[in-house]
Design a protein around this ligand. Sequence first.
Ligand SMILES: [Zn+2]
Length: 110
Amino acid sequence: MNQAFRGYNMNSPRFLRTSAVELAPREEIGFECANGHTFFIMFALEANFPTDWDCPRCGAASKRTDGTVGEVKQPRKTRRHWDMLRERRSIAELEALLAERLAEVRKERG
Ligand SMILES: [Zn+2]
């Protein structure tokens, strides 16, 4: 069960647009099938957005109406300072740096 669908009436097709209560951050992706049916699917922002989907009305393969094909839009992930730091330094390096800094601070404080 995708978190983005929480709050939907499970007795109705979850593909239908409903006025849902406040959900997790999400994005609505439009699709159009080979027979011209358009529909929208909600995806959690953390999810990878598919570029095709089966039409809920006729089952035909559908493409995204925003023209995105064969490419997965990456979710907007917030990079924390720590994440960026870890891309540049190993834990061993960070520990060495920390030890160095602590030694300096202790020296300054006498
Ligand atoms: Zn269709």
